[in-house]
Design a protein around this ligand. Structure first.
Ligand SMILES: Cc1cc2nc3c(=O)[nH]c(=O)nc-3n(C[C@H](O)[C@H](O)[C@H](O)COP(=O)(O)OP(=O)(O)OC[C@H]3O[C@@H](n4cnc5c(N)ncnc54)[C@H](O)[C@@H]3O)c2cc1C
Length: 437
């Protein structure tokens, strides 16, 4: 068994979700030697755990945010037949989103990582940083052959939960001000549903059917809102409905128990859809997620903590690295409701600042994705997958600048970073508006 063997990389990226994908491709394309550690066997993170989950918020004020998000989407859209398309979300305040073929998207993401020269280590879990003062000198991780140490000039934590950042001493809070975390969700697809009849229903949550099922004890009481949407493929329906509350997503045992409870509720729901909702009579359940998707755990402390007020004021930060208009997408943190109130006026947007991806002290660590430094309201808006990809892209780009200039991440020049992101096709940054209201 190999143990404690030394490896090196310019950048070690922890987690191959949407943020890790963006960080790795950007850093690899800028000539860095990148090692991506992913605990699971696939890239995507929540996208892999909830197959069929649309990419939301890629079009604030109906204009594409650009960057690696749109490059990935455009590659899929250009395929014959197309493997992705832009569609209007059926829920208020979300605008357009991108639906795609899950498997083709996964293959394409692995291809983009390969093309960027990224060394992808799947089934590899980072367990601790090795500190040298205010720097991480190496990361310890394990795979089935044993534990390994990889030395790194730069570490980007894209793990969603921020275990390594927390162990490196970055302060954090868990969940909202009361410690509540949004519910976790197990998803599935129903194949062979008759779209015309299923979606003849006006209410996107199918509330009156659900109420009946709950009253008769055939549905769990937390299923009052059945969020069903057209899947990418004709006659497939994506079921983003089964939410388990009060689960600490940093506790693997709690996540496993929630997943098993989710499986039971998904089976119950699929049977209910067939028996009660017109158009599902001949449908069957498929693509049940391998584990629940976790929305919210740690919120790391960055140089800047984004607040809900700043977003509501449509703030365009001087170091804004991606545009966003996502509503406050709150899922059963403190009640059994899913809500999605608008955070900005229709047609308006805000940007996410680079400083919310940079810790105050550790000099060669950044974080991206859902562990962005944000208060609970801002968090509920900024966490969409398109924004996570570009938060990652910004940190991968900043890593190249910091390593090239021998700087601590806190000293990366925002102007240089934004210029580089603009060259990479990210829209709406600096003095360039995404759209005029
Ligand atoms: C149920 C649900 C529904 C959602 N709906 C939508 C939607 O419709 N549209 C949308 O755009 N967004 C949606 N979101 C939000 C979005 O999916 C997430 O915010 C986003 O995917 C987070 O991306 P991430 O890369 O930051 O983290 P994650 O997707 O959580 O990825 C983190 C990755 O890191 C890996 N990892 C963790 N720890 C380690 C470690 N120590 N070592 C190595 N690897 C590690 C994990 O295995 C995982 O692959 C939803 C989220 C959930 C949970």
């Amino acid at each position: 068994m190999k143990t404690k063997e030394h490896q090196t990389a310019d950048v070690v990226i922890i987690g191959g979700g949407t943020a890790g994908f963006g960080a790795a491709v950007a850093a690899g394309r800028l000539g860095l030697d990148v090692c991506l550690l992913e605990a699971g066997n696939k890239v995507g993170g929540v996208m892999a755990f909830c197959p069929g989950m649309p990419w939301g918020a890629a079009y604030p004020c109906d204009a594409p945010i650009g960057g690696l998000m749109m490059e990935l989407a455009d590659r899929l859209i250009a395929m014959e037949p197309p493997a992705a398309e832009k569609r209007l979300c059926t829920l208020e305040n979300f605008g357009s989103e991108i639906q795609y073929d899950h498997d083709i998207a996964t293959v394409t993401m692995f291809e983009m990582l390969e093309e960027a020269g990224v060394r992808v280590h799947v089934n590899s879990t980072a367990i601790s940083p090795i500190m040298d003062g205010n720097r991480i000198s190496a990361v310890e991780y394990f795979d089935r052959t044993g534990s390994h140490i990889i030395e790194a000039k730069m570490v980007i934590d894209c793990s969603g939960d921020g275990d390594i950042s927390a162990k490196a001493g970055v302060p954090f809070t868990l969940g909202d001000q009361d410690g509540n975390m949004m519910g976790v969700t197990l998803t599935f697809l129903m194949m062979n549903a008759d779209w015309d009849r299923v979606f003849a229903e006006e209410d996107p949550y199918f509330r009156h059917y659900a109420a009946n099922g709950i009253k008769e004890g055939r549905l769990h009481e937390d299923l009052a809102q059945l969020y069903l949407m057209k899947g990418f493929h004709q006659d497939s329906v994506f079921c983003n409905s089964v939410v388990i509350r009060n689960v600490d997503g940093t506790d693997p045992i709690a996540v496993n128990e929630a997943t098993q409870e989710g499986r039971r509720r998904c089976l119950q729901l699929s049977q209910f859809l067939r028996s009660d909702i017109p158009g599902f009579e001949n449908a069957r359940m498929t693509y049940l997620g391998p584990t629940v998707g976790v929305r919210e755990t740690r919120k790391l402390e960055g140089i800047h903590r984004i607040t809900g007020e700043e977003l509501a004021q449509e703030t365009k930060f001087f170091d804004g690295i991606v545009c966003c208009d996502n509503p406050i997408d709150k899922v059963m943190a403190d009640s059994s409701e899913m809500t999605h109130d608008a955070i900005v006026e229709k047609g308006a947007y805000y940007t996410i600042p680079f400083r919310s991806l940079v810790p105050k002290k550790v000099e060669n660590l950044m974080f991206a994705g859902r562990i962005v430094s944000a208060d609970p309201i801002a968090f509920a808006s900024v966490r969409g997958m398109p924004q996570c990809i570009i938060m990652g892209q910004a940190t991968g780009t900043a890593a190249a600048i910091a390593i090239g200039e021998g700087l601590a991440v806190q000293r990366v020049d925002a102007h240089t970073l934004i210029k580089s992101l603009q060259t990479q096709g990210v829209k709406g940054l600096g003095s360039e508006p995404l759209c005029t209201a």
